[in-house]
Design a protein around this ligand. Structure first.
Ligand code: FAD
Length: 471
């Protein structure tokens, strides 16, 4: 009898323990992907992620086809889809790699119990993380709440297990009927907002591995310093590939250590933050919705729809924030430092709840990831575990001058400021009138005047924090 390999965010052949175990079992394989929006509820994939998913599935289907296996696509509640497919194929078991989103963990443990109760084999594996969350505990036996000791404990394990090689051969079962990928309408039609995404990215395992190899062969050595400079290619841009599982974190670890040894550790430490966010999410399933720091449940947020739209559209009048938000809209990605500054601007300068930013990112990021996104927002808002203290308010002007000193990042994404001298590019409202005129900038007309004053906004944010601080 065949076995089903249920692909999820592990859209690769390399270091895929579920596929590997199914191949080793000797049974013919049915490969399945389920688009299960019902179970995901509020956290169903956003628009940019859907664009990515379409291309990633096409790439996986082609790679599987080369090994003679068809990828079966079905839509609906996974438990019903799986039940029907098992009946159709008379499968004897199901293999999958684990997900760590709370909704998926709930769903999968039910499916596991029900399927086993029918006498079928169910095997699940860790393919998404370096270390299984249940296995890492502090000396008191609790989940780590602070990153540094967490990371020390990760390193003390001696590193994750070595990655598995991709299967050379697969035995295919007769392919069940599949839905057509195009019928899922994962791509935008009118308007087609994906032009910038297409220019910036190539989804799929092959492209993921090339990006990793390119990064490991050079940039990783300068990462420690270069990672903060927003206009430079100092970061790996592996995040969407990692989110969709086109490359495994164990493969990343092995290649970086192989190419750079300990020089690669500052980079692997960031992969550690991904790990930390996932472990936190498993321990705190409400993390995407509720502040981990209970004091923030009564925080005096403001309701300001006009300011929210200005932020979303990159029209706040702060060049760095606007460049960041426009990079996001155009390419589905935002540099990490820009994420911190733009997110901080929303929650501190505008006092708009972090959830509003979290859901905008969720819809527009190609790397939208429940653990990293909610972890990142709670970190910036100062309400998470091991978060930035609330009173530390990022200054978008100084951040720009420090980490985009020539203004190249702003020029790339905010063309109406492209001709402004570097000296003024992060503070156009202070530029002399003739400088603005020469650069073709009229504040309030060609480019917005700041929607809030930094010093006033900072004072307002600190006063709001004072209200909850002692509670
Ligand atoms: P690199 O610097 O090359 O890092 C390598 C990998 O490590 C990344 O691909 C990512 O998987 C992981 N990583 C790096 N930094 C972090 C971090 N701070 N937290 C968690 N993982 C990290 N990351 C996402 O993958 N999805 C999100 O939805 C997301 N939302 C965020 C929201 C906010 C408000 C903030 C401040 C950060 C968010 N991040 C998110 C984390 C981080 O900004 C991105 O992972 C990173 O910018 C991706 O670019 P890169 O692959 O070039 O990173």
């Amino acid at each position: 009898a065949p076995v089903v390999v249920w692909f999820r965010n592990d859209l690769r052949l390399d270091d895929n323990p579920a596929l590997d175990a199914a191949a080793r079992s000797g049974a013919p394989i049915v490969a399945l992907y389920v688009l299960d929006d019902d179970s995901a509820g509020d956290w169903r994939m956003g628009a940019a992620s859907r664009w990515w998913l379409h291309h990633s599935l096409a790439s996986l289907a082609a790679d599987l086809a080369r090994l003679g296996v068809a990828l079966t696509l079905r839509r609906g509640r996974a438990e019903f889809v799986l039940e029907a497919l098992i009946a159709e194929t008379r499968a004897s078991g199901v293999y999958w790699n684990r997900l760590y989103e709370p909704w998926a963990m709930r769903r999968d443990s039910e499916i596991k119990a029900n399927t086993r109760a029918k006498g079928l084999a169910v095997e699940s594996f860790n393919a998404a993380l370096l270390f299984e969350p249940a296995h890492l505990r502090n000396k008191q036996g609790d989940v780590f709440k602070v990153f540094s000791p967490f990371w020390r404990a990760c390193l003390a394990t001696g590193g994750p297990p070595a990655p598995l090689s991709p299967p050379k051969k697969l035995k295919a079962a007769p392919a069940p009927q599949s839905e057509a990928l195009d019928d899922w309408r994962l791509l935008p039609t009118k308007p087609d907002w994906a032009t910038g995404l297409r220019a910036a990215w190539t989804p799929g395992e092959k492209a993921a591995r090339k990006r990793l190899a390119d990064f490991a062969s050079g940039p990783v050595r300068d990462y420690k310093v270069a990672r903060d400079f927003m206009a430079e290619a100092g970061v790996s841009r592996l995040s969407p590939h990692l989110h969709f599982g086109e490359v495994s974190p164990r493969r990343v670890w092995a290649e970086i250590m192989g190419a750079a040894g300990d020089v690669g550790l500052p980079f692997l430490r960031e992969l550690g933050w991904r790990e930390f966010c996932h472990h936190l999410l498993v321990a705190n399933p409400h993390m995407p919705e509720r502040a981990l720091d209970g004091r923030f449940s009564d925080f005096p947020w403001r309701d300001d729809p006009a300011a929210l739209v200005a932020w979303q559209k990159g029209r706040t009048g702060y060049p760095l924030v606007d460049a960041a938000m426009r990079e996001l809209w155009r390419t589905g990605y935002m540099h990490n430092r820009a994420r911190m500054v733009a997110a901080s601007f929303l929650v501190k300068h505008l006092l708009i709840p972090w959830h509003a930013g979290e859901s905008w990112f969720w819809d527009t990021l190609v790397d939208a990831d429940l653990a990293n996104n909610s972890g990142g927002w709670q970190w910036v808002a100062g309400c998470g575990a091991d978060a930035a203290p609330y009173f530390r308010v990022f200054n978008p002007v100084l951040q720009g001058e420090k980490f985009d000193p020539e203004g190249a990042y702003v020029r790339r994404h905010v063309p109406e400021l492209a001709r402004l001298e570097a000296r003024w590019i992060h503070r156009p409202w202070e530029a002399p009138a003739d400088v603005l005129r020469k650069a073709g900038v009229t504040l309030g007309k060609t480019y917005p005047a700041p929607i809030v004053d930094h010093a006033e906004a900072r004072a307002r944010a600190l006063a709001a924090f004072d209200e909850v601080k002692g509670t």
